[in-house]
Structures are given as structure tokens and as C-alpha cells.
Design a protein. Structure first.
Length: 204
């Protein structure tokens, strides 16, 4: 599977696979020095699992984006991976074309998820209207009302363009709000911000 992924990536326009590792310890030893733009991580690894790999690697590689590529579909694995710092969650049956499109989405600032996974995430929030929700408590990190709205929409899996349209904001303004959210919540990725939102307790 890993060799096939390497082949797909190297054949894709604009991408090159710089390295591959079969276990977490080897990856943690070499990846920080290689500083790849994106790392695809399986969860079921022979030593430490892939979620722990992301959790340990992310503080050492703040500019690198981690995407899970796994067979696990359950909510626990999904939210643990996002909390660890993953920005995307794809299933292994993802076709080549969709995988490459997802990598491009990551490069453009997106958080790709296989449709089945995205539905599970969205279902966690679909019955909570944007208006009237308050993200409070210590985890709120002193967010402004507008920043809370942006975070709530991010947690629903909305793309930046959709957030701009929903809140009638420019892309640069949304980007500024997202940077402020990351800084105030002491996180580095969209996945970490969503996980903090999910764990904080949201109520009407």
C-alpha cells in the first residue's frame, strides 16, 4: 500500500514523495529534519499508533500538515486524530484521483475528509444553529463573538468560501479570524481548534 501511494504521489503534478516509513519511531526520527509539507499517516502501525505519531510530531513540525489515511471509521479515532493535530481524515479506499485532489486541498488550506467521515463529523453539529450557540468556558480562550461564529462553522466542516458567504465576510477577514482563533486557543491546526470546540461543551 505504501509503495503504491509513493507511486501515485510521484506521478501527480506538483508533488514528490520525499520519504516513507513503516513505523512511528522511524518517522519521528527523520521527519523533523526533512520538513515535508504534508505527511500521510496510517493509524494501525506496528509500534506507536499513527495518532500518537501526529501528537508527538506536530510540535516539532508546526508548518507540516498531517492527514490520516486509515481503515478506521469510528468517531473516537476521528476526533482523537483531529485533536492530535491532523487536518484531514481519509479512508484507505480513497481512489487515486480523490487522494491527489485532497492533497491539493490541504496545500490550499483545506481539511479534506472522505465523505463518510465528513458526514459523521457534521452529524455531531447539524442540529445546532449558528445563531444562539455560545462557545464558553476556559476553552473559549477569550474569542470574540465573530471568532466564535467562524469556529462553529469550521467545526461543521465548512470551507472558507462558505464561511465568507454565510457571514458576509471577505476571505482576508476570515483568514484573520482563523489566525486569531489559533493564537487564542493555543492550537496550530484547524483539526486541533475543532477538537477543542467539541470538547469544550457547546450549549444553547
Amino acid at each position: 500500500m505504501r509503495e503504491l501511494l509513493v507511486e501515485w504521489i510521484n506521478l501527480a503534478d506538483g508533488f514528490r514523495c520525499v520519504s516513507q516509513y513503516g513505523n512511528t519511531r522511524s518517522a519521528l526520527m527523520h521527519l523533523p529534519g526533512e520538513k515535508p509539507a504534508i505527511v500521510l499517516v496510517d493509524i494501525n502501525l506496528p509500534d506507536l499508533n499513527g495518532i500518537e505519531c501526529v501528537r508527538r510530531a506536530k510540535p516539532l513540525m508546526s508548518e507540516t500538515q498531517f492527514v490520516m489515511l486509515t481503515v478506521f471509521k469510528d468517531s473516537n479515532h476521528i476526533f482523537e486524530a483531529l485533536a492530535a493535530g491532523a487536518v484531514g481524515y481519509l479512508l484507505k479506499q480513497t481512489p487515486c484521483e480523490q487522494l491527489i485532489a485532497s492533497l491539493k486541498q490541504v496545500h490550499e488550506g483545506g481539511s479534506p475528509m472522505t465523505s463518510y467521515i465528513a458526514r459523521k463529523v457534521v452529524q455531531s453539529f447539524r442540529d445546532r444553529p449558528v445563531q444562539g450557540i455560545r462557545f464558553e468556558g476556559p476553552a473559549a480562550g477569550g474569542l470574540s463573538p465573530r471568532e466564535r461564529q467562524v469556529l462553529e462553522l469550521l467545526a461543521r466542516g465548512r470551507f472558507y468560501k462558505e464561511i465568507c458567504e454565510t457571514l458576509a465576510l471577505s476571505k482576508s477577514t476570515v483568514n484573520t479570524h482563523v489566525r486569531n482563533i489559533y493564537e487564542k486557543l493555543h492550537v496550530h491546526t484547524r483539526g486541533q481548534a475543532i477538537a477543542k470546540f467539541n470538547q469544550s461543551g457547546v450549549r444553547d
